[in-house]
Ligand binder design. Structure first.
Ligand code: IPE
Ligand code: IPE
Ligand code: MG
Length: 260
């Protein structure tokens, strides 16, 4: 699948979203409610990731993108950041074999140069190992920011166009090829757990026509039933991409134009 832009061409829409993007929020509050340290919520969040990946694969979702660490999450206390880094390493070490056995391709997007060499190596190995899997592409957004992505894509596009002397090729399609997730269609469904209703610098470019779904459930409690609710909400939406409702009705295409 190569990137197709919802503003250049109206995309095909299926009953099951082809791509779901999730902001996994509420780990800290989940733990605090239980009088546990915040990091206990992050640890439990890994179980919810496993459940959600399995449920999406079963539902026929082709791309699942999970926001694990934002470019602004470095602002958190040092001990929480270190815990999250260790958790990332453990999850990569423990889970990649299972993902591979289940036909799942793993990709990691974000400014990875900011991570330890060990994490970078684990990511490279996991991506290489699962590169030929086609059932579901699981993307983990780590040290990712929508603005970082737009800036890095802009830099690449400008370098390419300037060297080729092709300023005219600064088009939407040419730009989108340089985004970190150029390999995936735009998300059909965006889910944010934890009750907040904001994007927090996630996929700013790609969410142009994505359907939004917010739930108060904290991420560690998100499960198959919660995903079903989100999918049911998505199925009831009318995705118009700028057109009118009448234009979406199947018979509308067969109606003869009114005589003048
Ligand atoms: C999301 O949960 C996980 C990360 C951002 C790494 P939070 O840690 O933001 O949990 P809350 O929002 O403070 O409850
Ligand atoms: C967004 O959650 C980032 C991730 C889930 C990785 P935050 O908890 O960092 O977002 P804000 O700060 O509440 O907007
Ligand atoms: Mg949060």
């Amino acid at each position: 699948m190569t990137y197709t832009s919802s503003t250049v061409r109206v995309p095909d829409v299926a009953t099951v979203p082809q791509h779901i993007a999730i902001i996994m929020d509420g780990n800290g509050r989940w733990a605090t409610q239980r009088r546990l340290p915040r990091v206990a919520g992050h640890a439990r969040g890994v179980d919810a990731v496993r459940t959600t990946v399995e449920a999406c694969a079963r539902a026929g979702v082709e791309y699942l993108t999970l926001f694990a660490f934002s470019s602004e999450n470095w602002r958190r206390p040092d001990d929480e950041v270190s815990f999250l880094m260790r958790l990332f390493v453990t999850a990569l070490e423990r889970e990649v074999g299972k993902l591979h056995a289940n036909g799942i391709r793993l990709r990691v997007v974000g400014d990875l140069a900011m991570f330890d060499k060990r994490i970078q190596d684990l990511i490279a190995r996991a991506e290489a190992k699962t590169a030929r899997n086609t059932r579901l592409t699981l993307t983990i957004a780590a040290n990712y920011g929508g603005r970082w992505d737009i800036m890095q894509a802009t830099r690449k596009l400008v370098e390419q166009s300037v060297f080729a002397g092709q300023a005219a090729d600064i088009s939407e399609a040419a730009f989108a090829q340089h985004l970190a997730m150029a390999y995936a269609p735009e998300p059909d469904l965006f889910i944010r757990t934890g009750g907040e209703q904001r994007i927090s610098n996630f996929l700013l470019w790609q969410l142009a026509y994505t359907e939004f779904y917010f739930t108060d459930i904290f991420w560690p409690d998100f499960d198959g039933a919660a995903l079903e609710q989100a999918l049911a909400s998505y199925t009831g939406r009318e995705r118009r991409f700028g057109r009118t409702s009448a234009q979406l009705e199947p018979q509308a295409q067969n109606v003869d134009p009114l005589p003048c």
